[in-house]
Design a protein around this ligand. Structure first.
Ligand SMILES: *Cc1c(COP(=O)(O)O)cnc(C)c1O
Length: 216
């Protein structure tokens, strides 16, 4: 299956229920161009040096999404062009994003990353920390908090993943009632995006289903 075919299949499936972020980490500029020529304009990356290089070498109407763990000292490299940071998970990072956004005379849209999985390695706030984190974020005038992001446990157990997505949907709905700027729930990847959409997702991050297996 070609990249083009995969994109149109996914778009047909999700209709206008969710925004498709094509996760292009490790993929070449040529592969991204193939997706772009199919109308795909939103791409997600998890490494700063890679996203910067691709930003420099690809059409300027692409929206770049930072979906991976972000180190504070690297924020300055993406603050000019980043469309959405999905991985805001600590105040020290918020401070750095805010500072760099101010320098660029803009505000940067961010999602708060929540840890819902049992996996040791996943980043994110515990759900109980969300209220106070959200309150603390208000001091940062150049950060626009527009929703939540999470990664499900890496498992074949669909019912566990569904439980995790349901928890995210509930949290998202609660946040929406207190803040109308909460518009985005970023959950769902190649193997579980339909399940995610059934549980309130409106932004999915899909890599291997579009571009093929990755080697890591
Ligand atoms: C790699 C990655 C994805 C995409 O994973 P696939 O299984 O290839 O669809 C989504 N979200 C994040 C945060 C990722 O790092």
């Amino acid at each position: 299956m070609s990249i083009k075919n995969q994109i149109s299949i996914i778009n047909n499936e999700i209709k206008d229920k969710a925004d498709l972020i094509a996760v292009s980490k490790t993929r070449s500029v040529e592969q991204i161009i193939e997706a772009y020529n199919q109308g795909q304009k939103k791409f997600g990356e998890n490494r700063v040096h890679e996203i910067v290089e691709k930003y420099n070498n690809l059409p300027k109407d692409i929206e770049w999404h930072m979906i991976g763990h972000l180190q504070k000292n690297k924020v300055k490299h993406i603050s000019k062009f980043i469309s959405l940071i999905h991985s805001l998970d600590r105040l020290s990072l918020a401070k750095e994003i805010d500072k760099n956004a101010r320098k660029e005379n803009r505000s940067i849209d961010c999602l708060i990353q929540i840890k819902i999985s049992n996996d040791e390695s996943k980043y994110g706030l515990n759900p109980e920390q969300l209220d106070s984190f959200y309150t603390d974020l208000k001091e940062f005038e150049n950060i626009n908090t527009v929703g939540l992001m999470a990664m499900a446990t890496f498992t074949k157990d669909q019912s566990l993943i569904a439980d995790e997505f349901k928890k995210m949907e509930k949290l998202f709905k609660e946040m929406k009632t207190i803040d109308s700027k909460f518009k985005i729930l970023s959950i769902g990847m190649s193997d579980d995006y339909q399940l995610a959409i059934n549980n309130g997702s409106n932004m999915i991050r899909v890599g291997s289903k579009i571009f093929g297996q990755r080697n890591y």
